[in-house]
Ligand binder design. Sequence first.
Ligand SMILES: Cc1cc2nc3c(=O)[nH]c(=O)nc-3n(C[C@H](O)[C@H](O)[C@H](O)COP(=O)(O)OP(=O)(O)OC[C@H]3O[C@@H](n4cnc5c(N)ncnc54)[C@H](O)[C@@H]3O)c2cc1C
Length: 303
Amino acid sequence: MLRTTALYSKLKAHGIPCSEIISMSNHTTMQVGGIASVVAFVRNAEELITSIREAKNHYVKFVVIGNGSNVIFSDDGFDGLVIITGNMKNFTIEGNIIKADCGASVSRLAVAAQKAELSGLEFAYGIPGTIGGGLFMNAGAYGGNISDVVVSSLCYDTQRDCIRKIDLDEHEFKYRESIYSKNPHLIIIAIMMELVPGKMSDIIAEMNKNVRARKEKQPLEFPSAGSVFKRPLGYYAGEMIEKSGLKGFSIGGAEVSEKHAGFIINRGTATAKDVMDLIEHIKKTVFENYEVELECEVRFIGN
Ligand SMILES: Cc1cc2nc3c(=O)[nH]c(=O)nc-3n(C[C@H](O)[C@H](O)[C@H](O)COP(=O)(O)OP(=O)(O)OC[C@H]3O[C@@H](n4cnc5c(N)ncnc54)[C@H](O)[C@@H]3O)c2cc1C
């Protein structure tokens, strides 16, 4: 029996919701990418850890994703286990403290904070990811970053096979980086955040302003993975791409958005290869014009 099929049977026996032969284009916002051998839709920390332990027991490689809004799977897919955390979405609010499981939606947490009259997550309203993905990426927008609100996080150390608490100063936060993006063996389980009391009307006004700006500036009507590139020091990637004349430039079904040149959109028929070829073309063109190497914010999984 194939190792992945044996793993699938084992996860089923544990009662973990999972499926075989799943197209990752259905589980990523860019909507490209091939087939994953097994996908587990874990609901709690126990299922997350069991899935990882079983993958290791079966010598099957694994990857953990949240909402797939910053990842692109290759067209060859992923011959292993993809663990999706979107069902690990519990959270509590006590006083100024929010404790959230890694799969909780960042935007839902922002709304819950607003209802509790807590300020600090307004910037995150509209980011289409989970709080785990947000912590991994140190996601940010409109002057705020996840690092501004994190107090600590809990992770599963897959090398040491133990749960660890990571305190604020251990997170190694930088622009779109955290200890997690540098140490893929650490899998985020939960996050503790501290917000500050705020005035409900001010919080709502700020959230509405941010979401309006998103709708105005971002091509939300098309599948995408958000801003493809990190902001280079002293520049804006979108502006460099636009000034390089690449707005609307396409390869296959992947196109540089007319609305925001920092976004690549899927016109419906894009493959992961189209997206990657377009990224390479953009990098080359921008380098020729500015001698600046654009670095991808989007992460690639598979070949
Ligand atoms: C329309 C649009 C707008 C966007 N706007 C913004 C924005 O304003 N600011 C911004 O920063 N980003 C933005 N993004 C990108 C993306 O939404 C964020 O990076 C988000 O935080 C990713 O969360 P996710 O749950 O989708 O992570 P995924 O894409 O699923 O994963 C991202 C990375 O985190 C890892 N990961 C996920 N969960 C875990 C876990 N529990 N443990 C360990 N590793 C994990 C994955 O392996 C992967 O490497 C946007 C994307 C889109 C499509």
